[in-house]
Design a protein around this ligand. Structure first.
Ligand code: BGC
Length: 254
């Protein structure tokens, strides 16, 4: 049975069948550009295109979403069309693809993959996985179990929504140097540490490939901080893991 993972991102919608034993894509992933506006209808078309590309018999499909997802319903839409708010996303996609679809938060998916196959493997204490990109996504684990939809990217930091100050988009739009950005990330991590006292922070998102440029500059945090390991495919792998865990019946978030 082919379990698929599809990752809905700000620039691309990417997917592949996933090898759940190895925690990696089983074939090279296929990507289509994210439509603008990224309405439920337009995104559903893209997800279908991505899955059909592989021409395989399709088993369960996991799909990541960049917002809160409760029992398959998308509840927030910080960086995507507001038409998603209140949508039965899992129902919509299940009907369109004709196979059970599990929908979960994008950072939760990346976190599941990092805990099983990447930087969080074997860690049983509190682990906070943060993805830095257009926004800041979070996945919190304790005893290896995910607490879904934690949304730590929207903590208030010095009077601002933290992701508007410390995401990689903020770094780009404000043209911040690595050291100025690292200072903001450090302040943000210290705030999260004050609330949750994790033993480990895993830093994901595209920027994790440049970890050597900013991790050494982060100050004021006691927890260990490491870059994510599965960077490119973490969302796809985690989505497939969630779909596989949901099984062949009607699907919901983990
Ligand atoms: C959303 C999160 C999401 C993160 C990364 C935030 O704006 O609220 O749900 O995980 O962006 O996409």
């Amino acid at each position: 049975m082919n379990v698929f993972g599809v990752d809905i991102g700000g620039s691309g919608i990417k997917g592949a069948p996933v090898d759940l034993e190895r925690g990696d894509v089983a074939e090279e992933r296929f990507k289509v550009l994210t439509p603008h506006p990224a309405t439920p209808e337009a995104v559903t078309d893209c997800v279908q295109q991505v899955v059909r590309h592989f021409g395989l018999p399709v088993g369960p499909v996991g799909v990541t979403y960049p917002g809160v997802v409760v029992n398959g319903t998308t509840r927030t839409a910080a960086n995507i069309s507001k038409h998603w708010i209140g949508q039965d996303a899992a129902g919509l996609l299940t009907e369109r693809l004709g196979t059970p679809v599990t929908v979960l938060n994008d950072a939760d998916a990346a976190g599941l993959a990092e805990m099983a196959f990447g930087a969080g493997r074997g860690r049983t204490g509190t682990v906070v996985v943060l993805t830095f990109g257009t926004g800041i996504g979070s996945a919190v684990f304790s005893g290896g179990r995910l607490v879904p939809n934690t949304e730590l990217g929207h903590l208030e930091l010095q009077g601002h929504d933290a992701e508007t100050r410390a995401s990689t988009r903020a770094k780009e739009t404000e043209d911040l140097s690595w050291s100025r950005w690292a200072k903001r990330v450090g302040r943000y991590l210290a705030h999260v540490e004050m609330l949750l006292s994790p033993e480990l922070f895993v830093i994901g998102g595209g920027v994790s490939r440049k970890a050597e440029k900013f991790l050494p500059l982060i100050e004021g945090v006691s927890a260990e901080i490491v870059p994510a390991r599965l960077e490119n495919n973490a969302g796809i792998v985690g989505a497939a893991m969630a779909a596989s865990a949901a099984g062949p019946g009607p699907a919901a978030a983990p």
